[in-house]
Write a new protein. Structure first.
Length: 183
């Protein structure tokens, strides 16, 4: 993580001991006091003291953060809301909304909506985020790479096919021109 003294300078100060941040970036960055910040990402939720350059896991009160093999932790924080200075609502990517104080669900889903089919918007979101293929386990992480390579190959095939068709068209017109000239 880097810090800038002000918005008008390009000089940046590197912070060495910072909380782990997922490749998806920061989702929560809230200043608690002059020295402490709440930092949240798909790697977890942390209280970071930027003066002493220390941090701890805010959900488990661990001084040392755990290291995970995957780029995400078990607490994939996607948002945090402080409600009336009484309740802190944590939005987790997998578990939805819950209050930190009691670990209960935020709002219970009404029974009549539990049996409804998935909306098209939610299906699109599941496809976009890759959660629709989570049954593949760790292989799920390869899906973006495979799709990217496939798209590049398709583009190369389309461009080369277009060039070949243009070349054939040129050869046909050149051949017909030569036949006309030498008749």
């Amino acid at each position: 993580m880097y810090e800038f003294k002000n918005l008008w300078t390009s000089e940046r100060i590197s912070r060495l001991n910072t909380p782990p941040i997922s490749v998806m970036g920061l989702n929560v960055m809230e200043q608690i006091n002059e020295d402490e910040w709440i930092i949240g990402s798909f790697s977890g939720l942390y209280i970071w003291n930027k003066t002493f350059e220390t941090y701890y896991d805010a959900l488990n009160n661990n001084i040392e953060a755990q290291s995970y093999g995957l780029p995400f932790s078990n607490n994939q924080v996607s948002g945090l809301v402080f409600y009336n200075n009484e309740q802190t609502i944590l939005f987790d990517y997998n578990n939805g909304a819950s209050t930190i104080e009691s670990k209960n669900g935020f709002i219970k889903m009404p029974d009549k909506y539990k049996t409804r089919p998935m909306s098209l918007w939610n299906l699109s979101l599941e496809i976009h985020t890759g959660r629709i293929v989570t049954f593949l386990g760790i292989m799920t992480l390869l899906i973006p790479c495979i799709l990217g390579i496939t798209i590049i190959i398709i583009i190369i095939i389309l461009i080369s096919g277009w060039k070949i068709s243009k070349l054939k068209c040129f050869i046909r017109s050149a051949t017909s021109y030569i036949k006309k000239v030498y008749k």
